[in-house]
Design a protein around this ligand. Sequence first.
Ligand SMILES: *Cc1c(COP(=O)(O)O)cnc(C)c1O
Length: 394
Amino acid sequence: MLSIPEREAKIHMNMFRRPPMTLVRGKGARVEDSDGKSYVDCVAGIAVDALGHGHSGLAEVIAEQAKKLIHVSNLYYSEPQVKLGEMLINSSGLDRLFFVNSGAEANEGAIKLARKWGIQNRDGAFNIISTDNSFHGRTMTTVAATGTPAYREPFGPPTPGFEFVPFNDFDALKQKVNSETAAILLEPIQGEGGVNEPDPDYLKQVRDLCDSEGILLILDEVQTGCGRTGKMFAFQHYGIMPDIMTLAKGLGGGVPIGAVLASEKAAVFQPGDHGSTFGGNVLACAASEYVVDQILNQGVLETVNQRANYLENKIEQLEDRSDLVVGQRGKGLLKAIILRDEISADVVGKCIAAGLLANPIRPNAIRLMPPLIVTEDELDDAFEILETVLKEFE
Ligand SMILES: *Cc1c(COP(=O)(O)O)cnc(C)c1O
């Protein structure tokens, strides 16, 4: 009988490099494969499984909602959509929102919104300045907005209107802005780019620049939002407000959902401008309402901050014990361990074999983004594996 990887190899387009096991269940920050082997999950579906795996409260909400209604379309009102929307508006301080299904779709919506705003309010301006090494999604326009040329080059002419500057280089950004600029698009901390944090005053400077130039600031919080960095939204670390913000990844705790939030000024969509069949689907909103309530009101945000300290100390200790670890980047439970050598893929391969899921985000950096409810015990196990594996490379 063929294994799942062997059957998959016959039918799927080859887009992912997967390790040779099949995950079948999980509990908290642990997952189990079809052979019954257990792994500490420090990937969490790429910062998606906010409440971990096998969460009975979340499962119950999904089951209960599925029995009532799974989907009714945006042609009709639904209570979970409004309740979730109110929580996101109240916790962000932004004014209006709409729902989508993914990060790329959220950024598509944000880009459309900013372009319409610029065309109406800035004399036809529609250019958006993005940053090198950014990641905003895989659709044709979000790859055009993504500062990783390899993601866009095989696919012909990109959507026009995007320019790039180095991340965390305020002078370069300032020089790029002109009368054709409608908006600046940034991740508060670059996730896929390698967990790159800006200088503490960078986002404030960018905010002031947007105000003085009369352009919009779009923050892509698809990865950094929903409690991941220790605040509900990463911008709250920096004392600023975006004009537009996108969310997805952790928002539904694994159920696909995204959102675009905007200030009143930037909320220029009218009936007919935009829409989605599934976006804000009642099942996804019910799940997300539960997840967001857990994060904001049931102690998960406090847990993130406590475990973030623990994680930071764990990485420091590893740095003391291994010459191969030379530092760390990131905030909250979005972290990269920086290695002296470009061995992250090999290290992660051996970690997986030893029972730890981690992500080789750069040749010399391993990204850790465990569920927000990860325990100290789970992190202890993760670091025991990391230390053992790193010894093999010394
Ligand atoms: C993952 C990610 C996206 C894309 O999200 P998808 O749901 O995969 O489309 C966009 N922006 C950032 C910052 C991300 O981390």
